[in-house]
Design a protein around this ligand. Structure first.
Ligand SMILES: Nc1ncnc2c1ncn2[C@@H]1O[C@H](COP(=O)(O)OP(=O)(O)OP(=O)(O)O)[C@@H](O)[C@H]1O
Ligand SMILES: [Mg+2]
Length: 409
């Protein structure tokens, strides 16, 4: 009964999902509570109305407390939005010929972190993505090796400090402390990617309601991340405009009849709608609907491809793209994505869940489940299978304490 309890709150543009889980061993958890509610006050991953957003978070937390029978005091929280950006940096630590330990890695990461970050930005993650010892590249695990000069390559993710502060305030107003922020695609990537894909080179693409979140994994580590302010809500808007429908009806129609490739739909395939200003229901062909959807989805993947090219890693992704997020439910999206990006594509969702899992086996919950994976790695003594992650917020006090102890006579 004393197994640790972990909590993740995924604050998305369309839904807020709080999950409570009990860790069972080092590599699994059981979901005990689910609080899934429609989102409010959030657009494109950023808060536009703090009290509305906070109420949605409070409702979600309350529901998760009720279903689990546990009180929630702190949680890992998802972060997205176009205010997020990332840079790669290098840091060096002198070793003087002895055996390298964790403290040396921390020192090298600390040096990598000392790049000029504008004062209005906050570091969210520092991810180590490979080491070199005395100019020898490609070292995966330096601990236990000899050397004089340890160099780490780090991927540093920063976010607009004010936006992060708003998000933190919104969660705190709901009575919960934020133990750590996790960038959306890094949470989803933990869930939907296999280790082989991460080793070979792969991009995870989480298309939600308001954002499209990308993370590129190469050699088992995260090499690049980005968040685009475009998603499924744009498709719904296009349908609403194109067919002159209220947004709620456009959303329903998208989910019921939508398809991402018009050429796969027959002319005679019809459904009925109630457009503005019409007395009677009218018949619309699914091909017309697919035409509207295809144009927007095409644009999304063109932007995605542009970002991948800009990263410079477009030639390093033999495992292709793994699609997730609610919009990955759209029929035909896999083929269209593959045509536009020229990459192999598969659609993925959380699998092998234990506990209260009814609605969670869907691409929309990859980020929510991913937060629990992160909590599991943070909690366990074992490193994440994909390299340890460091959150921002100062030095590792445990290693510093050990270091200071060594200095004392
Ligand atoms: N069957 C479906 N066909 C097309 N779109 C779908 C389908 N099911 C869900 N969606 C879309 O998925 C989107 C919601 O996805 P998700 O729950 O991943 O978003 P979110 O996490 O709330 O938002 P974000 O991550 O962008 O902040 C909505 O735009 C919804 O219309
Ligand atoms: Mg999401």
């Amino acid at each position: 009964m004393d197994d640790p309890i972990v909590v993740g709150i995924d604050i998305g543009t369309t839904k807020v999902c709080t999950l409570v889980a009990r860790l069972e061993g080092d590599r699994s958890f059981r979901i005990l509570g689910v609080g899934n509610v429609p989102s409010q006050g959030i657009r494109k991953g950023t808060i536009i109305d703090i009290s509305a957003a906070s109420q949605a978070v409070a409702r979600s937390v309350e529901k998760a407390q009720r279903t689990s029978g546990l009180e929630i005091t702190s949680a890992l929280v998802s972060l997205a939005g176009s205010h997020v950006s990332s840079v790669n940096s290098r840091g060096v630590a002198g070793i003087s010929g002895r055996i390298i330990d964790q403290y040396d890695i921390d020192r090298a990461l600390e040096a990598a972190r000392a790049i000029a970050i504008p004062h209005a930005r906050e570091i969210i993650h520092i991810i180590q993505r490979g080491f070199s010892i005395d100019e020898q590249d490609g070292i995966r695990q330096p601990i236990g090796m000899h050397g004089y000069r340890l160099e780490v390559e780090a991927h540093i993710i920063t976010a607009a400090a004010a936006t992060v502060a708003n998000l933190r305030q919104c969660v705190e107003q709901a009575g919960v402390q934020v133990s750590q922020f996790v960038l959306n695609p890094l949470a989803s990537g933990e869930v939907v990617l296999t280790e082989t894909e991460q080793e070979m080179g792969v991009v995870v693409c989480d298309i939600g309601g308001g954002t499209t979140d990308l993370a590129i994994y190469i050699n088992g580590d995260v090499w690049h991340t980005m968040v685009l302010a475009i998603g499924g809500n744009h498709i719904t808007n296009d349908i609403a405009h194109g067919l002159r429908l209220p947004l709620t009806q456009a959303e329903e129609i998208k989910k019921q009849y939508g398809h991402a490739m018009q050429r796969e739909i027959g002319e005679e395939d019809l459904f009925s709608i109630h457009p503005f200003g019409e007395e009677e229901a009218t018949q619309v062909s699914r091909k017309v609907l697919a035409h509207i959807i295809e144009a927007r989805v095409e644009e999304i993947f063109q932007l995605v491809m542009q970002e991948i090219k800009r990263s410079g890693y477009d030639g390093l992704l033999p495992a292709g793209m793994v699609l997730t997020g609610g919009t990955a439910n759209l029929p035909g999206i896999r083929n269209l994505a593959s045509e536009i990006t020229g990459l192999p594509v598969r659609v993925a969702q959380p699998e092998d869940l234990v506990g209260l899992v009814d609605q969670l086996q869907s691409p929309a919950y990859s980020t929510s489940i991913g937060l629990l994976h992160w909590a599991m790695y943070t909690n366990s003594a074992l490193p994440s299978p994909h390299g340890p992650y460091q959150k921002g917020g100062g030095p590792n006090w445990d290693t510093l304490k050990d270091f200071l102890k060594n200095l004392l006579p």
